[in-house]
Ligand binder design. Sequence first.
Ligand code: A2P
Length: 315
Amino acid sequence: VPSHFTLSNGKKIPSIGLGTWQSKPGEVKAAVEAALKSGYRHIDCAWGYGNENEVGEGIKASGVPREEIWITSKLFEYHHEPKYVEMALKDTLKKLGVDYLDLYLMHWNICFQVDAPEGELPLKEHLVKNDEGTVKLNVPLSDDVTPTWQALEACVEKGLTKAIGVSNLNINRTKQVLKIAKIKPVANQVELSIQCPQPELVSWLQKNDILPCAYSPLGGTDGQKLRENETVVKIAEKHNVQGATVLISWLLKRGICVLPKSVTPSRIESNLKTVDLSEEDFQAIEKLAESHPPNRVCDQSTLYDPHYDIYQEKS
Ligand code: A2P
């Protein structure tokens, strides 16, 4: 079971990271501290999660030196205009209390229309709405990633982040980034689990030397049915581990970086454990993962579709 994956830029990323999406303020500082103290060296954050201040407090409280930790964050949909990209990254750095990121991802290949005072970073209250009250998209920047990607490349050149990547992109949209990139995306973070296995996207990314990273690997808040699936439980019992461990180990064996979220110290610790699945057990879970259409924890279709082809199965 790999402890690290090597990215196309030669850097080694720890294969399991702590997810922080939906980790509430008041919980996430302790979660990050517990994770780092129990051996995690990879924390996955995002400006859009609204909790990076506390994540930073947890990093500080852990006492683990910055250079030992892999930190990923993400550029939010409010901040794709080139003039905001560096400002947004610097805001994240300030909140996290660090002076560089290891990886900065474009959170979605979608940009919202914003109207913020000169020199200020756009917040939720600066979103421009359509007549019916829905958020207005910045269509040119949502259709063409080039200006945003070039601003992200400038952040690498300035040393604000060691690498850049993408998140929530299907094959076509990732291809568009590759076509114009001088600095290639090293990773694509998407939802991956037995209920959303995305085999076509995963193998395409791997062929193109882009690391697939899995959010909601346990099926999110509704994940009990995944952890308690009969096949998963049978394999877990054989190894005397939790169902969650089997779900994580299966993704690792597919060559995917895994980002389980938890704010519960015992689960955080347990999610770092892995088992080496036999070929037979691996295939049994592969089969399970084929047996239904993708079921997403995070489905933004109503916000972005039908104009945008975000999801692989709809592209
Ligand atoms: P909590 O954070 O309260 O501990 P995902 O990573 O797929 O988004 O799943 C996150 C959800 O799964 C959270 O509700 C989290 O709860 C729960 N969870 C995380 N790890 C485990 C585990 N080992 N066993 C059971 N539930 C878990």
